[in-house]
Design a binder for this molecule. Structure first.
Ligand code: SAM
Length: 170
């Protein structure tokens, strides 16, 4: 499936649903996010808005984590599932299709997000309410409102984009 075919989610029908487009975290940035979060074997990593599932593939393959991806775009969720299957990681990674605001994150050890400030604003309270003590949250490019960042790192890649990683701990 081509990238151009993937960004086809209609601008929501679901009305109350907050949505942001698919923009993939570069693999080396994803690796750094998981390293900063201190991912350990057996921990549960949840990527809210998982896109093609790349963060989860790394978490499962390189860190031995259990993983869940939540993705509202059916085509992307399907692509993520296909990648999981191709890599033989179906026992470690599960992909759910749906709105991330409806997903219970209370079991997560690590939550990864690459979302817009608007949706992070809504998510902030939900994470505070649901996450267990000690859970880590790693956000790509945008800080999570009302959370105290414990570590921030900038990663410069080719081109002008400086990727920002924000780390939090409940
Ligand atoms: C910027 S992309 C990040 C993809 C992936 N996490 C990564 O870092 O490569 C944001 C993703 O969130 C998904 N998304 C946006 N709003 C969502 C919502 N309300 N519920 C679930 N997924 C959502 C989009 O379809 C898109 O795939």
């Amino acid at each position: 499936m081509e990238y151009s075919e993937l960004n086809t989610t209609p601008f929501f029908k679901g009305l109350s649903v907050l949505w942001v487009p698919f923009l993939a975290t570069p693999v080396h940035v994803a690796r750094r996010m998981l390293a900063l979060a201190g991912a350990r074997p057996g921990e549960l990593v949840v990527d809210l808005g998982c896109g093609d599932g790349r963060i989860l593939l790394i978490a499962a393959e390189e860190y031995g984590c259990r993983c869940i991806g939540v993705e509202i775009d059916e085509k992307l969720a399907e692509l993520a599932r296909k990648r999981v299957e191709e890599r033989g990681l179906s026992k470690s990674i599960e992909i759910f299709t749906g709105d991330l605001m409806n997903f219970d994150v209370s079991q997560a050890d690590i939550v990864t997000v690459y979302l817009t400030p608007a949706i992070l604003g809504k998510l902030s309270l939900k994470l505070k309410k649901e996450l267990k003590k000690g859970a880590r949250v790693v956000s790509h490019d945008y800080p999570i409102p009302e959370w105290r960042c414990i570590f921030k790192e900038n990663i410069r890649t080719r081109g002008y984009h400086v990727h920002r990683i924000y780390l939090y701990r409940k």
